[in-house]
Design a binder for this molecule. Sequence first.
Ligand code: 5GP
Length: 201
Amino acid sequence: MLIVLSGPSGVGKGTVRKAIFDQPGNDFQYSISMTTRQPRPGEKDGVDYFFVSKEEFENNIQTGQMLEYAKYVDNYYGTPLKYIDETLDAGKDVFLEIEVNGAMQVRSKRPDGVFIFLTPPDLMELKQRLIHRGTDSMEVINKRIHKAFSEIEMMQNYDYAVVNDEVPNAVEKIKEIIRSERLRVTRVMPDYLEMLGDSNK
Ligand code: 5GP
């Protein structure tokens, strides 16, 4: 099962994802993204991201090695396809944390994935968060606010909406979604069909 966590800029996707994977005993695998942005202090190559040059990233796009990619604030971000296919083929679930344009590419290529939209409790709080995020000019801040507000409308393309009021609440809700999704008849039935097939041999 492919699990995609997405949502508007500034909603706290990264924080929620880290909180999920900081907990022990997760039975799904995190897909490490590839990016052309510079590592932030403390970030490690191959752990937080695969940090690559623009040339390398574009080469990966051209050779069909990305499941999806997007340009976000002048840098490329994308999901390497190989890890996704290998992990799914091994029968394990994969978790992606990506921005909305990439999530829509995954939706069209892998419609059987589970698409979760992380949403802010209210838009004024989101605005405050974007304003307080860094030392950007008012022009850049306004662009980000505009982008985040227009991204909210993309909620309609997802299966679930999780309000990020408190990180532990959001984490629990996401885990509940994953637990329930595993019980869908369409996911459980193939095993039984196989057993029925075997018993008829
Ligand atoms: P940051 O630079 O703060 O680590 O990430 C910026 C944005 O890129 C976040 O919204 C994050 O969810 C998104 N992102 C991270 N990895 C990927 C990816 O592989 N594909 C896409 N489309 N977005 C990503």
